[in-house]
Design a protein around this ligand. Structure first.
Ligand SMILES: [Zn+2]
Length: 382
């Protein structure tokens, strides 16, 4: 059984120990020490990384009370070693984890909902709550949670036996046997947890709920604490100032400007569409009534290509519009009054390396052939 320094003092970054075992696994070695400050994965918190005698430890797990440090290199049993954990990463997890306790505790005390899932990695912290929470509910949760930070409360971690626990009301995700480790933040949360936490709530820094979504009838919350929240704020602040410059608008008006710009853009689009229809009507009027019409043009919008083909179809029994060029290929719409267009589509796609189809009397798709070959293919329909 490994002596767990991370429980007696969660702030030990460097320590000396003795290797009691080094097991060769499939892809790596599992190093066991007599004592360790490396936190093994558990309670939603990832395992620590760091170094044992300059040998990299890339993960830590606990199996049957033995803490195993994952390494690509072997260390002989009995070796005295100097160990250091990646403290920046570990402290970040402690901030996120302790913040998660507060948010879950506050939600439980205000709304009576439970935390039923907690996932934390290098990028995100996600909590699943078993009840619906509106945006204003979450703002309230955020305010109260940050009050817990400002109050700078001591985070107590204590082991209790079953009898003592009968008189304590605490949050717990699963039934646990034996002594239970209780993490309490006075006035805000009491929870059974095996993780490592900050000593005081002030060390968490800001607690920010980033987003929420309905999830299995409850709410999935993404949140950030401490430096992660600062980095997120920095990036978003930079982005919004950039947008303010782009729109020549005050920072506080940026979203209004963006909304208006989008509306104007939609208006412009519909005006442009109308103008394009006029241009195409004019273009179609240049064709005389005929058995067969083919036209090559450069129209991006598939809906317009289709409309143009419909205009031409009033003048012939078969017409085709190809839009594009030899390099990028052509979008097509083909109309045929007197033939089975399904069969025709197969024939044309095979001959012109194309794809697409439709039903009588119109098909559409794209081909990747040169204009010359397309025109040759249609010779027999003229
Ligand atoms: Zn915890």
């Amino acid at each position: 059984m490994t002596e767990k320094i991370y429980y007696s003092d969660g702030y030990v970054k460097e320590f000396s120990a003795v290797v009691v075992d080094c097991i060769e696994g499939k892809d790596c070695f599992y190093i066991e020490l007599d004592k360790t400050a490396f936190y093994p994965e558990g309670g939603g918190q990832p395992g620590d990384i760091g170094f044992i005698n300059n040998i990299e430890i890339f993960d830590t797990h606990e199996k049957n009370d033995r803490v195993l440090h994952y390494s690509k290199q072997k260390i002989e049993k009995g070796t005295k070693v100097k160990c250091s954990i990646n403290w920046e990463r570990r402290f970040d997890f402690m901030q996120q984890h302790t913040g998660e306790h507060i948010v879950s505790g506050v939600i439980h005390s205000i709304f009576g909902f439970n935390n039923v899932g907690f996932h934390m990695n290098n990028d995100s912290v996600v909590i699943d709550i078993d009840g619906p929470l509106s945006d204003s509910d979450l703002e309230k949760v955020e305010d109260v949670s940050n009050n817990a930070v400002f109050d700078n409360i001591i985070v107590k971690c204590e082991f209790f036996d079953k009898n003592t626990l009968e008189n304590i009301e605490y949050r717990s995700k699963k039934k646990i046997e034996g002594d239970i480790r209780i993490v309490s933040i006075e006035n805000y949360d009491i929870c059974a947890c095996c993780g490592v936490h900050t000593k005081t709530t002030g060390e968490i820094g800001i607690i920010k709920i980033i987003s929420s979504q309905n999830y299995k009838g409850g709410t999935r919350i993404t949140m950030l604490c401490g430096k992660r929240a600062l980095l997120d704020y920095r990036k978003k602040n930079r982005d919004i100032y950039k947008m303010s410059e782009m729109f020549s608008a005050k920072v506080e008006n940026v979203s209004l400007y963006a909304e208006n710009t989008l509306k104007n853009l939609e208006n412009e689009k519909s005006i442009n569409f109308g103008l394009y229809i006029d241009i195409l009507k004019n273009r179609a009027s240049n064709f005389d009534n005929n058995k067969f019409i083919i036209d090559f043009c450069d129209i991006e919008n598939s809906d317009l290509i289709r409309r143009y083909c419909t205009m031409l179809s009033e003048k012939c029994s078969m017409c085709c519009v190809f839009s594009g060029d030899d390099k990028k290929g052509y979008k097509y719409v083909v109309y045929g009054k007197d033939i089975d267009m399904k069969i025709f589509a197969k024939e044309m796609n095979t001959a012109l390396c194309g794809k697409g189809g439709g039903k009588n009397p119109m098909i559409q798709g794209s081909v990747s052939e040169k204009r010359e070959n397309i025109e040759n293919f249609f010779e027999k329909y003229k």
